[in-house]
Design a protein around this ligand. Sequence first.
Ligand code: SF4
Ligand code: SF4
Length: 196
Amino acid sequence: MSRAGQKRTGLSVFESSYHSCQKHFAINFGEDVGKSAKTIPASDTGTERFWEDTPLSEMTTAQWESLCDGCGRCCLNKVEDWDTGEIIWTDLACRLLDHDSCRCMDYPNRLAKVPECLQLTPETVGELSWLPPSCAYARLRDGKPLLWWHPLVSGDADTVHAAGISVRGRIKTEIGVPLEEYEEHLVSWPVTDNGK
Ligand code: SF4
Ligand code: SF4
């Protein structure tokens, strides 16, 4: 994983993957990114609780897409400490992230508009050490269960917000924030899985 960055005052911007792809709920939540729905029909993803016994690499597209909880955390900018290599999160969101729905505002064209955005695949999930511990892809990769607030478990797309897992109400736009001010936006909450 490349970490080329613009070095400044002890931190470098984690460029090549400081945005990651936020999977959208095209099948479960409707085609328009930014929409949300209250319930998730199990019939769209095949067997109920498929994530418990289906390897990431063997999931259908519908199952894979439904794993994203819509938290928006992976769409926050991150920086890398020069000395330690530590990845530190900021509360600065990608310019395409809707701050209320916590979804990408132009998912179909995101890669053209935000070249740093990465597509999550079983392969990239295996390589990305910085995915949030709450992220369903990271949790299943690491052999952990989905928690109660995950929409697939709760059946309610809003529980990710109610539990404080999503970025709603906690972020600012990256637009207009110069790189030298990123240090004023460092936060630790994205690396928790309890919403605190
Ligand atoms: S961190 Fe994971 S679960 Fe959250 S929006 Fe990104 S891909 Fe989806
Ligand atoms: S382009 Fe969209 S999916 Fe990619 S990081 Fe930005 S908001 Fe997230």
